[in-house]
Design a binder for this molecule. Structure first.
Ligand code: NAX
Length: 329
């Protein structure tokens, strides 16, 4: 057996946490031979519910789970962590402006970034799920300068998976026939699902779905608004599909990407595709050795795609400005 991987999860008693922890415990994230230690972090009001979740993990009798820690103390929660999954955040409430939300969450992610830098293992990698996830990841990265910036990620895999399933449905193929799906920019309603560079059964999407107006309009807005549609139908925001995408994101970063394919992850830009250095923006990513990642180079973006990507990156620039006063100097 390999030594255990320590995984810290914030917001562990929330609905994504509830769907996620059992997948990690079962081996879905790191494989069937990889033991895990779970460090579960909640704010004080969530601790009682977290106690119940821990009881259920224990009752799962998972062979791979070695230790479970439940805490509201960030230093304890990130102690020795190899992966920090930052799921918890404060949701937008009625009457709250986007800037207010950025400010409230900004403070949380400064504290978490610092606690990660002070307590985690040397190989720590951090994935932010809690919204606004790109800018929260940006704040955590800026608050943990000791950690290389290529170890901070924000989740756009749910958007990728949603885009693939919409294309598969339209083309009448299985979702696994859709590859090379890039989400550009922000995990928000401005994101751009790049149908032009995606493939269906190895062919360009437009060679299979000969309906550019559908691709430019209905497809993009369905992907962008999918979260809202689920809230309307379910009366609660997407949780199991989000947890599944957390599993997919981590699995795709710790395993080599299949030849010729890529996945969407928001990473720290090195100036790729005209995206400002330092912003956490979604791009096409592949890994070769399961440790380091690279941005897939050389994708062509036509005028339509470029404008869409740029609008989403512009939103990230504005979010960065909105939180800049909070950041440690
Ligand atoms: P819930 O409200 O069910 O759970 C959030 C949990 O986080 C609560 O138990 C709360 O007590 C805890 N929490 C709040 N602040 C915390 C802090 N400072 N430290 C530790 N725990 C804290 O929300 P849930 O449905 O689980 O969603 C969690 C986050 O994921 C939200 O921000 C949501 O917007 C975001 N999402 C992101 C997605 C993505 O693709 N990036 C998709 C799904 C989801 O909307």
């Amino acid at each position: 057996m390999n030594p255990a991987i320590t995984v810290s999860v914030t917001g562990a008693a929330g609905q994504i946490g509830y769907a996620l922890l059992f997948r990690i415990a079962s081996g879905a994230m790191f494989g069937p031979d990889q033991p895990v230690n779970l460090r579960l972090i909640e704010i004080e009001p969530g601790m009682k519910a977290l106690e119940g979740t821990v009881m259920e993990i224990e009752d799962g009798a998972f062979p791979l789970v070695q230790h479970i820690t439940a805490t509201s103390d960030l230093n304890e929660g990130f102690n020795g962590s190899n992966w920090a999954l930052l799921v918890g955040s404060v949701p937008r409430k009625a009457g709250m402006e986007r800037a207010d939300l950025l400010g409230i969450n900004g403070k949380i992610f400064i504290g978490q970034g610092q606690a990660i830098a002070n307590n985690a293992a040397a190989d720590i990698r951090t994935l932010v799920v809690g919204n606004p996830c790109n800018t929260n990841a940006f704040i955590a990265k800026e608050s943990a300068k000791e950690i290389p910036s290529d170890r901070f990620f924000a989740m756009t895999r749910l958007d990728e998976n949603r885009a693939k399933s919409q294309l598969a449905k339209k083309a009448g193929v299985h979702v696994s026939d859709v590859t090379r799906m890039t989400i550009w920019g922000n995990h928000s309603a401005t994101q751009y699902p790049d149908f032009a560079n995606a493939l269906i059964k190895g062919k360009p999407v437009e060679a299979v779905i000969n309906d550019r107006p559908w691709l430019e309009n209905e497809f993009i807005s369905t992907v962008q608004q999918r979260g809202a549609a689920i809230i309307q139908a379910r009366g609660a925001s997407s949780a199991a599909s989000a947890a599944n995408s957390v599993v997919d994101t981590v699995a795709s970063l710790v395993n080599p990407t299949p030849e010729g394919d890529w996945n969407s992850v928001a990473v720290c830009s090195k100036g790729d595709y005209g995206i400002d250095e330092g912003l956490i923006a979604s791009m096409p990513i592949r890994t070769t050795d399961g440790k380091s990642w690279e941005v897939v180079p050389g994708l062509e973006l036509d005028e339509f795609a470029e404008a869409k990507k740029e609008a989403s990156v512009q939103e990230l620039r504005e979010e960065k400005v909105a939180v800049s006063g909070l950041l440690p100097v």
